[in-house]
Design a protein around this ligand. Sequence first.
Ligand SMILES: NC(=O)c1ccc[n+]([C@@H]2O[C@H](COP(=O)([O-])OP(=O)(O)OC[C@H]3O[C@@H](n4cnc5c(N)ncnc54)[C@H](O)[C@@H]3O)[C@@H](O)[C@H]2O)c1
Length: 309
Amino acid sequence: MKKNLVTGGLGFIGSHLIDRLINSGEYVICLDDISSGDKRYLAKWEKNPKFRFVKGNVLDNHKIKFDNLWHLACPASPKDYLSDPILTARINFEGTLNILNMAKDQKAKVLYTSSSEVYGECEKMPQDENFLGLIRTTSPRSCYAHGKRIAETLCFDFQRKYNLEVKVARIFNTYGPGLKLKDGRVISNFINQALNQIPLSIRGDGNQTRSFCFISDIVDGLILLMDSDFKYPINLGNSYEISILNLAKLIDKKIFSNKQFYFEESTFYEPKRRCPSLALVGDVLKWKPKVNLNEGLNLTIESFKNENS
Ligand SMILES: NC(=O)c1ccc[n+]([C@@H]2O[C@H](COP(=O)([O-])OP(=O)(O)OC[C@H]3O[C@@H](n4cnc5c(N)ncnc54)[C@H](O)[C@@H]3O)[C@@H](O)[C@H]2O)c1
C-alpha cells in the first residue's frame, strides 16, 4: 500500500486533505511542528491504524518512508508568516530543500502547495500561469511571496536534475470549515467580528478584490493534480472575483446586519486584484470549482458558530 506523507497536515488545508486520504483508505503520515496547526485532529485520526503522526519541523531531518509527498508545511496566514519573516523564508527555502532531498532519496512523487502570491502585484486579470509576477524585495510580504517562488524554483530544479516527479499547485485564497477564528485571514476575521457583533474592519478602501475557493474544491484539485502527469505550475482557485467591501457586506448580512464597517489603513503592499485563470486547470485536469461563495460561506459560518458554542 502506498504511503502518503503530508507536511503541515494539522493546518487548514492539510487537515482536509488527510481526512480525504484516510476516508479513501490510504496510509497517511502527518509531519507537523504544531506551530499553527491544531492538534485536536489527532484524536480523530490516531484511532486509525493507517495513520501516524510525527511531531517535527521540516527544517530538520526525518527518517520517514513514503511514496507520495504532499508538502504543505509553511505559515500561511499573514499574521503567522509576518511574525518571524526570516523563519518564514527559511521554511520555504531550507525546509523545501530538505523535503525534496528526502523525496529524491526515495524516488517519491511530490506535490508542493505554492500560492497566488507568486504573481505579486500583477494587474493582469485573470492571472494565468505564464505571468512572471511583480514582487518587491522591500515588501514585508516578500518572505512568503519570494519564499514560495524559491520553493517552486527548487521543485523544478529537482525535476530537471534528478527526474523527480514534482507537481506545483498555485493555490488562491481558500476558505471553509476548519479555518481558525483568529488566524487573521479575511473571511475568518469578518465572520469572527460579525459573530461578536462588532463592525467589520476593512483594510484600505475595500475596493481591492479577491476570489475565494471552498476547501473541498481545493482538495479535489490537489488529488487530481497528484494523480496526473502534469509537470508545470497550475492554478487552483475560484474565478468569482469580489471586492473586500462587498464580501464584508455579504458576511455582515448573513450574521449581524449591522451595516457598519470600520476602515483601517492598509499597512502592507497588498495586491489590488486577485483572480485566477482556470483555463489550464480546466483543460489539463478537467477541474472546476463546484461550491459557490454563497453556499461555501453558509457552511463556514455554521462551523464557526459550532466552534463558538
Ligand atoms: N489557505 C490558503 O488560502 C492558501 C493559499 C495559497 C497557498 N496556501 C498554501 O497551502 C499550504 C497550507 O496552507 P494552510 O492554509 O493550511 O496553512 P495553515 O497555517 O493552516 O497550516 C500550516 C501547517 O504547517 C505547519 N507548519 C508550519 N511551519 C512548519 C514547519 N517548519 N515544520 C512543520 N510544520 C510546519 C503548521 O503547524 C500548520 O499545521 C501552505 O503551504 C500555504 O502557503 C494556502
